[in-house]
Design a protein around this ligand. Structure first.
Ligand code: 3PG
Ligand code: MG
Length: 396
Protein backbone atom coordinates (compact mmCIF):
# COMPACT_ATOMS: atom_id res chain seq x y z
CA UNK A 1 0.00 0.00 0.00
CA UNK A 2 1.21 3.50 -0.79
CA UNK A 3 1.59 5.79 2.19
CA UNK A 4 1.18 9.54 2.55
CA UNK A 5 4.94 9.93 2.01
CA UNK A 6 4.54 8.43 -1.46
CA UNK A 7 2.15 11.23 -2.43
CA UNK A 8 4.99 13.75 -2.58
CA UNK A 9 4.71 17.43 -1.73
CA UNK A 10 1.14 18.10 -0.63
CA UNK A 11 1.42 21.86 -0.14
CA UNK A 12 -1.56 23.52 -1.78
CA UNK A 13 -3.05 20.19 -2.83
CA UNK A 14 -6.65 19.34 -2.02
CA UNK A 15 -6.56 16.05 -0.11
CA UNK A 16 -9.76 14.10 0.35
CA UNK A 17 -9.51 12.04 3.55
CA UNK A 18 -11.99 9.27 4.31
CA UNK A 19 -12.18 8.96 8.10
CA UNK A 20 -14.48 6.88 10.27
CA UNK A 21 -16.14 9.44 12.54
CA UNK A 22 -19.11 7.21 13.29
CA UNK A 23 -19.29 7.90 17.03
CA UNK A 24 -22.13 7.15 19.44
CA UNK A 25 -24.33 10.18 20.12
CA UNK A 26 -26.89 10.91 22.79
CA UNK A 27 -28.85 13.63 21.01
CA UNK A 28 -26.02 15.91 19.95
CA UNK A 29 -23.66 14.82 22.75
CA UNK A 30 -20.80 12.53 21.75
CA UNK A 31 -20.67 9.72 24.32
CA UNK A 32 -17.37 8.25 23.08
CA UNK A 33 -14.99 10.28 20.94
CA UNK A 34 -12.45 7.49 20.37
CA UNK A 35 -12.87 7.41 16.62
CA UNK A 36 -12.44 11.17 16.33
CA UNK A 37 -9.26 11.07 18.40
CA UNK A 38 -7.96 8.19 16.30
CA UNK A 39 -8.61 10.19 13.10
CA UNK A 40 -6.94 13.41 14.18
CA UNK A 41 -3.26 12.46 13.69
CA UNK A 42 -3.60 11.88 9.94
CA UNK A 43 -5.66 15.05 9.49
CA UNK A 44 -3.15 17.08 11.51
CA UNK A 45 -0.25 15.63 9.58
CA UNK A 46 -1.80 16.57 6.24
CA UNK A 47 -2.66 20.07 7.44
CA UNK A 48 0.87 20.53 8.78
CA UNK A 49 2.16 19.53 5.35
CA UNK A 50 0.24 22.46 3.88
CA UNK A 51 -2.53 20.41 2.28
CA UNK A 52 -6.10 21.65 1.97
CA UNK A 53 -7.79 18.86 3.86
CA UNK A 54 -11.32 17.76 2.98
CA UNK A 55 -12.61 15.14 5.39
CA UNK A 56 -15.48 12.85 4.45
CA UNK A 57 -17.21 10.50 6.87
CA UNK A 58 -20.55 8.95 7.72
CA UNK A 59 -22.58 8.86 10.91
CA UNK A 60 -25.12 6.11 11.49
CA UNK A 61 -27.21 4.73 8.69
CA UNK A 62 -29.37 7.51 7.22
CA UNK A 63 -31.40 6.47 4.20
CA UNK A 64 -29.55 8.29 1.42
CA UNK A 65 -31.07 11.69 2.24
CA UNK A 66 -30.38 14.45 4.78
CA UNK A 67 -31.61 13.62 8.27
CA UNK A 68 -30.76 16.13 11.01
CA UNK A 69 -30.23 13.53 13.72
CA UNK A 70 -27.31 12.09 11.74
CA UNK A 71 -25.58 15.41 11.09
CA UNK A 72 -21.79 15.47 11.56
CA UNK A 73 -21.96 18.96 13.08
CA UNK A 74 -21.30 17.80 16.68
CA UNK A 75 -18.35 15.78 15.43
CA UNK A 76 -16.88 18.81 13.69
CA UNK A 77 -16.93 20.83 16.93
CA UNK A 78 -15.10 18.06 18.73
CA UNK A 79 -12.57 17.68 15.94
CA UNK A 80 -11.90 21.38 16.02
CA UNK A 81 -11.20 21.19 19.78
CA UNK A 82 -8.86 18.24 19.33
CA UNK A 83 -7.01 19.80 16.39
CA UNK A 84 -6.83 23.14 18.15
CA UNK A 85 -7.92 24.98 15.02
CA UNK A 86 -11.10 25.98 13.22
CA UNK A 87 -12.63 23.31 11.03
CA UNK A 88 -14.96 24.43 8.25
CA UNK A 89 -18.19 22.51 7.75
CA UNK A 90 -20.08 22.00 4.50
CA UNK A 91 -23.79 21.48 5.01
CA UNK A 92 -24.04 19.15 2.03
CA UNK A 93 -21.90 16.36 0.56
CA UNK A 94 -20.89 17.44 -2.95
CA UNK A 95 -23.26 20.34 -3.61
CA UNK A 96 -22.91 24.11 -3.50
CA UNK A 97 -21.86 24.25 0.13
CA UNK A 98 -19.16 21.58 -0.30
CA UNK A 99 -17.81 23.26 -3.41
CA UNK A 100 -17.73 26.69 -1.78
CA UNK A 101 -16.11 25.39 1.42
CA UNK A 102 -13.41 23.54 -0.51
CA UNK A 103 -12.75 26.53 -2.78
CA UNK A 104 -12.27 28.74 0.29
CA UNK A 105 -9.63 26.52 1.93
CA UNK A 106 -6.15 27.96 2.35
CA UNK A 107 -3.06 25.77 2.65
CA UNK A 108 -3.21 23.91 5.97
CA UNK A 109 -6.96 24.41 6.44
CA UNK A 110 -9.36 21.59 7.29
CA UNK A 111 -12.99 21.13 6.25
CA UNK A 112 -15.50 18.36 6.90
CA UNK A 113 -18.33 17.58 4.50
CA UNK A 114 -21.77 16.67 5.83
CA UNK A 115 -22.58 12.97 6.40
CA UNK A 116 -21.64 11.32 3.16
CA UNK A 117 -24.54 8.88 3.49
CA UNK A 118 -26.95 11.80 3.02
CA UNK A 119 -26.32 11.09 -0.65
CA UNK A 120 -27.81 7.85 -2.00
CA UNK A 121 -24.81 7.41 -4.30
CA UNK A 122 -22.53 6.60 -1.36
CA UNK A 123 -23.97 3.21 -0.48
CA UNK A 124 -25.71 2.37 -3.76
CA UNK A 125 -25.33 -1.22 -4.97
CA UNK A 126 -25.58 0.16 -8.51
CA UNK A 127 -22.01 0.64 -9.72
CA UNK A 128 -23.00 3.44 -12.11
CA UNK A 129 -24.86 5.41 -9.46
CA UNK A 130 -22.01 4.98 -6.99
CA UNK A 131 -19.49 5.83 -9.67
CA UNK A 132 -21.31 9.03 -10.59
CA UNK A 133 -21.22 10.11 -6.96
CA UNK A 134 -17.54 9.17 -6.69
CA UNK A 135 -16.88 11.37 -9.75
CA UNK A 136 -18.39 14.33 -7.92
CA UNK A 137 -16.36 13.59 -4.79
CA UNK A 138 -13.16 13.17 -6.78
CA UNK A 139 -13.77 16.54 -8.44
CA UNK A 140 -13.36 18.16 -5.01
CA UNK A 141 -9.78 16.92 -4.58
CA UNK A 142 -6.39 16.20 -6.12
CA UNK A 143 -5.48 13.12 -4.06
CA UNK A 144 -7.23 10.65 -1.77
CA UNK A 145 -6.13 9.33 1.62
CA UNK A 146 -8.06 6.38 3.03
CA UNK A 147 -7.95 6.48 6.82
CA UNK A 148 -11.36 5.20 7.92
CA UNK A 149 -10.38 1.70 8.95
CA UNK A 150 -13.84 1.06 10.40
CA UNK A 151 -15.41 1.26 6.93
CA UNK A 152 -12.83 -0.47 4.73
CA UNK A 153 -15.11 -3.55 4.58
CA UNK A 154 -17.72 -1.44 2.77
CA UNK A 155 -17.66 -1.12 -1.01
CA UNK A 156 -18.91 2.44 -0.94
CA UNK A 157 -18.18 5.53 -3.04
CA UNK A 158 -16.02 7.40 -0.51
CA UNK A 159 -14.18 4.23 0.54
CA UNK A 160 -13.71 2.34 -2.70
CA UNK A 161 -14.78 4.09 -5.91
CA UNK A 162 -13.03 7.36 -5.19
CA UNK A 163 -9.71 5.52 -4.89
CA UNK A 164 -10.13 4.37 -8.47
CA UNK A 165 -10.34 8.01 -9.55
CA UNK A 166 -7.57 9.79 -7.66
CA UNK A 167 -3.93 9.11 -6.76
CA UNK A 168 -4.32 7.45 -3.38
CA UNK A 169 -2.59 6.30 -0.21
CA UNK A 170 -3.40 4.64 3.09
CA UNK A 171 -3.42 6.96 6.09
CA UNK A 172 -1.56 6.20 9.30
CA UNK A 173 -4.57 4.73 11.08
CA UNK A 174 -5.32 2.24 8.31
CA UNK A 175 -1.64 1.25 8.17
CA UNK A 176 -1.45 0.68 11.92
CA UNK A 177 -4.69 -1.29 12.07
CA UNK A 178 -3.69 -3.56 9.20
CA UNK A 179 -0.25 -4.15 10.68
CA UNK A 180 -1.69 -5.13 14.07
CA UNK A 181 -4.38 -7.41 12.66
CA UNK A 182 -1.79 -9.11 10.47
CA UNK A 183 0.04 -10.10 13.64
CA UNK A 184 -3.08 -12.03 14.62
CA UNK A 185 -3.55 -13.78 11.30
CA UNK A 186 0.07 -14.58 10.51
CA UNK A 187 1.76 -16.72 13.13
CA UNK A 188 0.32 -15.27 16.39
CA UNK A 189 2.22 -16.02 19.61
CA UNK A 190 0.50 -18.87 21.41
CA UNK A 191 -1.66 -19.57 23.28
CA UNK A 192 -3.86 -17.39 21.08
CA UNK A 193 -7.20 -16.76 22.78
CA UNK A 194 -10.18 -15.10 21.13
CA UNK A 195 -12.95 -13.63 23.25
CA UNK A 196 -16.22 -13.00 21.49
CA UNK A 197 -19.24 -11.25 22.91
CA UNK A 198 -21.87 -8.86 21.67
CA UNK A 199 -25.44 -9.58 20.84
CA UNK A 200 -25.62 -11.51 17.60
CA UNK A 201 -24.12 -14.88 16.73
CA UNK A 202 -25.09 -14.39 13.11
CA UNK A 203 -22.64 -11.44 12.88
CA UNK A 204 -19.82 -13.67 14.09
CA UNK A 205 -20.38 -16.90 12.17
CA UNK A 206 -17.71 -16.22 9.58
CA UNK A 207 -15.12 -15.27 12.14
CA UNK A 208 -15.84 -18.25 14.39
CA UNK A 209 -15.60 -20.55 11.39
CA UNK A 210 -12.21 -19.13 10.46
CA UNK A 211 -10.87 -18.92 14.01
CA UNK A 212 -11.56 -22.58 14.69
CA UNK A 213 -8.51 -23.25 12.54
CA UNK A 214 -6.36 -20.54 14.14
CA UNK A 215 -7.11 -19.91 17.81
CA UNK A 216 -6.20 -22.20 20.69
CA UNK A 217 -9.19 -21.16 22.79
CA UNK A 218 -12.43 -19.34 22.09
CA UNK A 219 -14.16 -17.68 25.03
CA UNK A 220 -17.79 -16.72 24.50
CA UNK A 221 -20.00 -14.25 26.34
CA UNK A 222 -22.55 -11.55 25.53
CA UNK A 223 -26.00 -12.00 24.05
CA UNK A 224 -24.67 -14.47 21.51
CA UNK A 225 -23.76 -16.95 24.22
CA UNK A 226 -27.37 -17.99 24.74
CA UNK A 227 -27.45 -19.61 21.33
CA UNK A 228 -24.41 -21.63 22.46
CA UNK A 229 -26.11 -22.55 25.73
CA UNK A 230 -29.24 -23.55 23.81
CA UNK A 231 -27.05 -25.67 21.52
CA UNK A 232 -25.89 -27.51 24.63
CA UNK A 233 -29.55 -28.20 25.42
CA UNK A 234 -29.98 -25.61 28.19
CA UNK A 235 -33.11 -23.54 28.72
CA UNK A 236 -32.30 -19.85 28.20
CA UNK A 237 -35.58 -18.28 29.34
CA UNK A 238 -36.21 -14.87 27.77
CA UNK A 239 -32.54 -14.36 26.86
CA UNK A 240 -31.48 -13.36 23.35
CA UNK A 241 -31.60 -16.44 21.16
CA UNK A 242 -31.10 -17.00 17.46
CA UNK A 243 -32.96 -20.27 17.17
CA UNK A 244 -32.11 -20.62 13.47
CA UNK A 245 -28.40 -20.70 14.35
CA UNK A 246 -28.53 -23.48 16.94
CA UNK A 247 -27.62 -26.21 14.46
CA UNK A 248 -24.69 -24.19 13.08
CA UNK A 249 -23.42 -23.56 16.59
CA UNK A 250 -23.69 -27.28 17.42
CA UNK A 251 -21.52 -27.90 14.38
CA UNK A 252 -18.90 -25.43 15.69
CA UNK A 253 -18.85 -27.10 19.09
CA UNK A 254 -18.27 -30.50 17.46
CA UNK A 255 -15.59 -29.19 15.11
CA UNK A 256 -13.82 -27.37 17.94
CA UNK A 257 -13.64 -30.63 19.89
CA UNK A 258 -12.21 -32.45 16.85
CA UNK A 259 -9.60 -29.73 16.31
CA UNK A 260 -8.68 -29.53 19.99
CA UNK A 261 -9.83 -25.92 20.24
CA UNK A 262 -11.23 -25.20 23.67
CA UNK A 263 -14.58 -23.39 23.69
CA UNK A 264 -15.05 -21.69 27.05
CA UNK A 265 -18.68 -20.99 27.92
CA UNK A 266 -20.20 -19.33 31.01
CA UNK A 267 -21.06 -21.41 34.05
CA UNK A 268 -23.23 -18.73 35.64
CA UNK A 269 -25.35 -15.88 34.37
CA UNK A 270 -26.85 -12.68 35.78
CA UNK A 271 -30.52 -13.22 35.00
CA UNK A 272 -33.00 -10.33 35.22
CA UNK A 273 -36.77 -10.00 34.98
CA UNK A 274 -36.46 -7.20 32.41
CA UNK A 275 -33.94 -5.29 30.31
CA UNK A 276 -33.47 -2.60 32.93
CA UNK A 277 -31.00 -1.57 35.63
CA UNK A 278 -33.86 -1.60 38.16
CA UNK A 279 -35.12 -5.06 37.27
CA UNK A 280 -34.89 -7.84 39.81
CA UNK A 281 -31.74 -9.83 39.01
CA UNK A 282 -29.79 -12.77 40.43
CA UNK A 283 -26.84 -14.95 39.58
CA UNK A 284 -28.03 -18.38 38.41
CA UNK A 285 -26.27 -21.44 37.02
CA UNK A 286 -25.92 -21.32 33.24
CA UNK A 287 -28.08 -24.44 32.92
CA UNK A 288 -30.77 -23.11 35.24
CA UNK A 289 -31.95 -19.81 33.76
CA UNK A 290 -35.58 -19.38 34.90
CA UNK A 291 -38.17 -19.30 32.11
CA UNK A 292 -39.23 -15.73 32.97
CA UNK A 293 -35.70 -14.27 33.15
CA UNK A 294 -33.22 -12.96 30.62
CA UNK A 295 -29.47 -13.26 30.92
CA UNK A 296 -27.84 -9.81 30.79
CA UNK A 297 -24.28 -10.61 31.85
CA UNK A 298 -22.03 -13.48 32.84
CA UNK A 299 -21.74 -14.26 36.56
CA UNK A 300 -18.74 -14.08 38.94
CA UNK A 301 -17.75 -17.76 38.58
CA UNK A 302 -17.65 -17.26 34.84
CA UNK A 303 -15.43 -14.21 35.25
CA UNK A 304 -12.96 -16.38 37.19
CA UNK A 305 -13.17 -19.07 34.53
CA UNK A 306 -12.57 -16.54 31.76
CA UNK A 307 -9.62 -15.05 33.67
CA UNK A 308 -8.02 -18.50 33.97
CA UNK A 309 -8.58 -19.07 30.24
CA UNK A 310 -6.64 -15.86 29.62
CA UNK A 311 -3.92 -16.21 32.24
CA UNK A 312 -1.31 -17.96 30.06
CA UNK A 313 -2.34 -16.30 26.77
CA UNK A 314 0.33 -14.63 24.65
CA UNK A 315 -2.10 -13.14 22.13
CA UNK A 316 -5.71 -12.11 22.71
CA UNK A 317 -8.32 -10.68 20.38
CA UNK A 318 -11.46 -9.42 22.09
CA UNK A 319 -14.61 -8.31 20.32
CA UNK A 320 -17.84 -7.62 22.16
CA UNK A 321 -18.81 -7.02 25.79
CA UNK A 322 -19.91 -9.95 27.97
CA UNK A 323 -23.11 -8.19 28.97
CA UNK A 324 -25.08 -4.97 28.93
CA UNK A 325 -22.16 -2.96 30.31
CA UNK A 326 -24.01 0.35 29.90
CA UNK A 327 -26.23 -0.69 32.85
CA UNK A 328 -24.23 -0.96 36.09
CA UNK A 329 -25.68 -4.27 37.39
CA UNK A 330 -24.66 -5.98 34.13
CA UNK A 331 -21.25 -4.34 33.68
CA UNK A 332 -19.22 -6.55 36.03
CA UNK A 333 -18.45 -9.34 33.59
CA UNK A 334 -17.09 -6.93 30.99
CA UNK A 335 -15.05 -5.10 33.62
CA UNK A 336 -13.57 -8.34 34.96
CA UNK A 337 -12.79 -9.49 31.44
CA UNK A 338 -11.00 -6.25 30.55
CA UNK A 339 -8.99 -6.56 33.78
CA UNK A 340 -8.12 -10.20 33.01
CA UNK A 341 -6.88 -9.16 29.58
CA UNK A 342 -4.59 -6.59 31.17
CA UNK A 343 -3.40 -9.01 33.86
CA UNK A 344 -2.57 -11.70 31.30
CA UNK A 345 0.32 -9.65 29.97
CA UNK A 346 -0.60 -10.92 26.50
CA UNK A 347 -0.53 -8.83 23.34
CA UNK A 348 -4.17 -7.71 23.44
CA UNK A 349 -6.21 -6.36 20.58
CA UNK A 350 -9.63 -4.94 21.36
CA UNK A 351 -11.85 -4.71 18.31
CA UNK A 352 -15.29 -3.27 17.83
CA UNK A 353 -16.90 -0.01 18.79
CA UNK A 354 -18.73 -1.50 21.77
CA UNK A 355 -15.75 -3.17 23.40
CA UNK A 356 -13.58 -0.12 22.79
CA UNK A 357 -16.26 2.14 24.27
CA UNK A 358 -16.69 -0.28 27.19
CA UNK A 359 -12.97 -0.14 27.97
CA UNK A 360 -13.06 3.66 28.07
CA UNK A 361 -16.41 4.00 29.80
CA UNK A 362 -15.44 1.55 32.53
CA UNK A 363 -12.44 3.75 33.22
CA UNK A 364 -9.58 1.59 31.92
CA UNK A 365 -6.44 3.17 30.57
CA UNK A 366 -6.39 2.52 26.84
CA UNK A 367 -2.61 2.23 26.98
CA UNK A 368 -2.97 -0.93 29.04
CA UNK A 369 -4.07 -2.72 25.87
CA UNK A 370 -1.84 -3.56 22.94
CA UNK A 371 -4.18 -2.03 20.42
CA UNK A 372 -7.74 -0.74 20.44
CA UNK A 373 -9.13 -1.09 16.95
CA UNK A 374 -11.51 1.50 15.55
CA UNK A 375 -13.08 -1.21 13.42
CA UNK A 376 -15.82 -3.58 14.52
CA UNK A 377 -17.11 -5.29 11.40
CA UNK A 378 -13.90 -4.38 9.58
CA UNK A 379 -11.62 -6.10 12.10
CA UNK A 380 -13.85 -9.19 12.20
CA UNK A 381 -13.90 -9.46 8.41
CA UNK A 382 -10.13 -9.03 8.36
CA UNK A 383 -9.76 -11.94 10.80
CA UNK A 384 -12.21 -13.96 8.72
CA UNK A 385 -9.68 -13.67 5.93
CA UNK A 386 -12.10 -11.82 3.68
CA UNK A 387 -10.94 -9.33 1.07
CA UNK A 388 -11.76 -5.86 2.30
CA UNK A 389 -12.69 -3.68 -0.70
CA UNK A 390 -11.33 -0.50 0.89
CA UNK A 391 -7.92 -2.16 1.44
CA UNK A 392 -7.76 -4.08 -1.82
CA UNK A 393 -8.36 -0.89 -3.81
CA UNK A 394 -5.36 0.75 -2.12
CA UNK A 395 -3.13 -2.15 -3.09
CA UNK A 396 -3.77 -1.62 -6.79
C1 3PG B 1 -19.02 0.96 12.20
O1 3PG B 1 -19.55 1.65 13.07
O2 3PG B 1 -18.92 -0.28 12.30
C2 3PG B 1 -18.45 1.63 10.99
O3 3PG B 1 -18.46 3.02 11.12
C3 3PG B 1 -19.19 1.18 9.77
O4 3PG B 1 -20.53 1.55 9.86
P1 3PG B 1 -21.61 0.69 9.10
O5 3PG B 1 -21.65 -0.65 9.79
O6 3PG B 1 -22.90 1.45 9.21
O7 3PG B 1 -21.17 0.54 7.66
MG1 MG C 1 -21.10 -1.71 12.21
Amino acid sequence: MKTIDDLGDLRGKRVLVRSDLNVPLDGTTITDDGRIRASVPTIRRLADAGARVVVVAHLGRPKGAPDAKYSLRPVVSRMSELLGKDVAFATDTVGESAQAVVAALADGDVAVLENIRFNAGETSKDEAERGAFADQLAALADVFVSDGFGVVHRKQASVYDVALRLPHAAGGLVLTEVEVLKKLTVDPQRPYVVVLGGSKVSDKLGVIDNLLGKADRIVIGGGMVFTFLAAKGYEVGKSLLEADQIETVKGYITRAAELGVQVVLPVDIVAATAFSADAEHDVVAADAIPADRMGLDVGPETSKLFASALADAKTVFWNGPTGVFELEPYSHGTRALAQALIDSGAFTVVGGGDSAAAVRRLGFDEKAFGHISTGGGASLEFLEGKTLPGIAVLES
